[in-house]
Each structure stands twice: as structure tokens, then as C-alpha cells.
Design a protein around this ligand. Structure first.
Ligand code: ATP
Length: 439
């Protein structure tokens, strides 16, 4: 990382603590001591998350004519995961310390146990899918899995979507949803957890068109990164080498981000040939070839897969947005979130909460705005300085203060988060101003 894009000191501790303090992200099952690898999104976290998912869905599904959304079941017929290769191959190498019996991912430790210096036993492959039983019988015949990725639900619905909509190649199917992986070593806040969310697209193409389509998706992914406010100067492409690529993939790019704990995978973009559809064709016995050009035989399309993690997006967004500066001679912290994804677009305050006429006026302005722009917050806690500090940490782009002048001339003060500058505008123009500035 270069000097100017380096992080403030102890950024991870500060970020985790801000997320908890302000209600973005809490440890999962916290009052019971937590559950490793799980996180709960709080009131502002869920808004931020929904805004990010909405940007993705609008950009890649609703604004396009060639994309169709699905929302498939999380628990699927186990044969899906046999066909896809997950039952036999979705595993990480595991070693167990002979002395303290702790288990580690073999590729993340050295020769000796980091806890007690003990020797490791032989390496095993540990399958990361969560097993469960479906129905009243708890035997081998009822075993199923929580999906380890959302892509499976797309491939099994390929034929359904083709039969319902008769799309022409190229076209895509998209899904947002939870995925579960029993990670050996969940770590780094929401970067690697056991339950997380993905936003995935399978974009079906004619085999000869994969390169062109791959390039397009590469650009689209950068454009998404920019739209949600992930810093471009901390984002890199890593061309995955032949040895590291899955055997069926002819090309894979990892989009990496300089997280506070190092440069790590944010997203993946892979050309997966016709591996998945062919495997499901074999496993299900169904014909998944589709008619393409008139008079020519049906083909099994090839696929480009842009795969994005919601939680890693949130962590990259928060890491990009976290800013420490000085305002009016005082140190402050604020989240420089893109207004479009900020959980609160504007907060409305009465200058003083013990003046009924100010409160009533502020309430009126608040109610009118909230009807049109739901992510508006009422804040009358503490003095105005405290409210600004709180809203800065939530990343609220605008604060609106109703004061005595408002009662005279119907104008309010708007304070801009990043510069701290204030301007006076007519209360009647607020809605227009906000709609223009939160896009
Ligand atoms: P890694 O190598 O970091 O384990 P991966 O290559 O296994 O990731 P993919 O299978 O390509 O990840 O999953 C697609 C996307 O899903 C990733 O780019 C990431 O954004 C997200 N993702 C994968 N595993 C996790 C996890 N355990 N926690 C949070 N997000 C995850």
C-alpha cells in the first residue's frame, strides 16, 4: 500500500468498535458468548446491506434486458452438490495438533502448532459444507447440505427460466442470498465467516463469445466497485494462474482489495466453460441444451460467473469510508459513505428539544421528508455537536437543523458531512435537494 492510501493506526479495532457502538454489526449470539464465524447486522448495518444489494440488483438485473433474477431454496437436493463436485471436492486441508488437539487450515500454519509448538498429525481434507437432515429420519438417506454458494440454485433453474422466458443467448440469471461454509478458521471480522451472503450471476454465452463477455463483466465489476464507494486505489486484479485455477476454468480473475489485514480476495470473475450445466445434465438426466440459432442443433451454453460477497463488500466499503480528520480544531471520525448506500440519508434535528414550537416544526419537516425518502432519521439526543458526531460516525451525508429562524422564514440549515460546511435552504426545497444529492 502506498503512503496516501494507508489506513489510520489500529483501524480494524476502531472499525469493529464503531460498528458495534453505532449499530452496524454485532457478534452473532453475543449474549451467549458468541458463535465463531457468525455476525449479526444491526439497525444501520441492515440498511447499508440492503442498499448495497439494491444497487447490485438494479444495476445488473432490473436495468438490463438480458438478466433474470431467481431466489432459490437454500436447502437443495443433495444430488445438486454431488453433480457440482462439492461433495467430493469442496474442502480445505486440515491438520490437527497431536498435543493440544487444536485444528488448523494446513495452508495457514507452518510446521508446528502455533498454540503449543506441538507436532501436527497427517493432513486431511475437510469438507466445508454444513450437513443437515431433511425430514423425520436422521440417517444417511436424509442428509442434505446448506448451500455453500448461491450459484447452484441458478444452474438448477436454468431450464425453468429458459422454458418460462425463452431468452436468447447471451443472457444471465442472478441471485442474491445466504451461503454457508464451515470455514476451519473464520477470521478478520466479516471477511471470512461461516454464514454470509453472495450476489452471483451466471451469464450464459455461446462458446465463441466468452472472451468478449468476460471483458464486459470485468468492466461491470469495476463499475460496481466504484458505485458503492470502494476505493479504486486499493483494488487490484489478480490473474489466477493455470496451477491455481479450478480445472474447468479457462480464465479467472480475483478482484483483490487492500483490507486493513492485507491484500485479499474481494470478488471473483471466472469463465467456467460448460462445466456446470454439463455436470447437472449428467447428474439429473435432464437435457439442459437450448435452441440458439434457427436450423442449428441445440447447444449447452458456456458461462461467465461474476461472484461477489455482500459481507466483503461491506467491509471494503467501511474500510474505504472510515476517515479521521480535524474539524473546527477537534478530531473527528466519519464514514465517507457514498450517499446512495448510506444507511441514513439525512437526520433532522430541532435546535433545542425543550422548545415545543421548534420540535413541532422539525417534526413536520421530518414527517414530510420521510414519506418520500424513508431513510431519514429523527435525532434530538444531546446537543447539536454530539448529534453531528453521531451522524458522522453513521455516515449520514446531511444534517438538517430547525432553529428559530425557521419559524420566521421557513429556512433550515443543512450541514454537509465531509466538509462540515453549512448552508441555509428553504424547507420547501429540501426534498428536491436530497433527491438530487443521494442518487
Ligand atoms: P477464499 O479463497 O477467500 O476462501 P473463495 O475463492 O473460496 O474465497 P468463492 O468460492 O469464489 O470464494 O466465493 C465467491 C465470493 O464469496 C468471494 O469472492 C467472497 O466475496 C465471498 N466469500 C467466500 N467465502 C466467504 C466467507 N467465508 N465469508 C465471507 N465471504 C465469503
Amino acid at each position: 500500500m502506498t503512503e496516501q492510501n494507508s489506513y489510520p493506526s489500529d483501524i480494524m479495532d476502531k472499525l469493529v468498535s464503531l460498528c458495534k457502538r453505532r449499530g452496524f454489526i454485532y457478534q452473532g449470539s453475543e449474549i451467549y458468548g458468541g458463535l465463531a464465524g457468525t455476525w449479526d447486522y444491526g439497525p444501520f448495518g441492515v440498511e447499508l446491506k440492503n442498499n448495497i444489494k439494491q444497487v447490485w440488483w438494479q444495476m445488473f438485473v432490473q436495468r438490463r434486458d438480458d438478466m433474470h433474477g431467481v431466489d432459490a431454496a437454500i436447502i437443495m437436493n443433495p444430488k445438486v452438490w454431488e453433480s457440482s463436485g462439492h461433495v467430493s471436492g469442496f474442502s480445505d486441508p486440515l491438520v490437527e495438533c497431536k498435543k493440544c488437539k487444536r485444528r488448523f487450515r494446513a495452508d495457514q500454519v507452518g510446521e508446528k502448532c502455533p498454540e503449543c509448538e506441538g507436532q501436527f498429525g497427517p493432513m486431511h481434507q475437510f469438507n466445508m459444507m454444513f450437513k443437515t437432515h431433511v425430514g423425520a429420519m436422521e440417517d444417511e438417506s436424509s442428509v442434505s447440505y446448506l448451500r455453500p454458494e448461491t450459484a447452484g440454485g441458478i444452474f438448477v433453474n436454468f431450464k425453468n427460466v429458459v422454458d418460462s422466458l425463452h431468452p436468447k443467448l447471451p443472457f444471465g440469471i442472478a441471485q442474491i442470498g445466504k451461503a454457508f461454509r464451515n470455514e476451519i478458521a473464520p477470521r478478520d471480522f466479516v471477511f471470512r465467516s461461516r454464514e454470509f451472503e453472495q450476489m452471483e450471476i451466471e451469464y450464459f454465452v455461446r462458446p465463441e463469445e466468452w472472451e468478449e463477455s468476460f471483458e464486459e463483466w470485468r468492466k461491470e465489476m469495476h463499475s460496481f466497485i466504484e458505485t458503492v464507494g470502494i476505493r479504486k486505489d486499493r483494488t487490484y486484479e489478480l490473474e489466477v494462474s493455470d496451477e491455481d485455477r479450478a480445472f474447468y476454468s479457462k480464465r479467472t480473475i480475483d478482484f483483490e482489495f487492500d483490507f486493513p489485514f492485507g491484500r485479499k480476495e474481494l470478488y471473483g470473475l471466472a469463465y467456467r466453460t460448460d462445466y456446470d450445466l454439463s455436470a447437472h445434465m449428467k447428474g439429473s438426466g435432464q437435457n439442459l441444451a437450448m435452441a440458439d440459432k434457427e436450423g442449428e442443433p441445440a447447444i449447452v451454453p458456456h458461462v461467465i460467473e461474476p461472484s461477489l460477497g455482500v459481507d466483503r463488500t461491506i467491509l471494503a466499503v467501511l474500510s474505504s469510508a472510515y476517515t479521521e480528520d480535524e474539524l473546527g480544531g477537534e478530531a473527528r471520525v466519519y464514514l465517507k459513505l457514498a450517499p446512495r448506500i448510506a444507511p441514513v440519508k439525512a437526520a433532522v434535528f430541532p435546535l433545542m428539544k425543550n422548545k415545543p414550537e421548534l420540535v413541532a416544526k422539525a417534526r413536520d419537516i421530518y414527517a414530510a421528508l420521510k414519506k418520500e425518502i424513508p431513510q431519514i432519521m429523527w435525532d434530538d439526543n444531546g446537543n447539536v455537536g454530539k448529534r453531528y458526531r453521531r451522524q458522522d460516525e453513521i455516515g449520514t451525508p446531511f444534517c438538517i437543523t430547525v432553529d428559530f429562524d425557521t419559524l420566521e422564514d421557513d429556512t433550515v440549515t443543512i450541514r454537509h458531512r465531509d466538509s462540515g460546511e453549512q448552508e441555509r435552504i428553504a424547507a420547501g426545497d429540501l426534498e428536491k435537494f436530497l433527491l438530487k444529492n443521494i442518487k
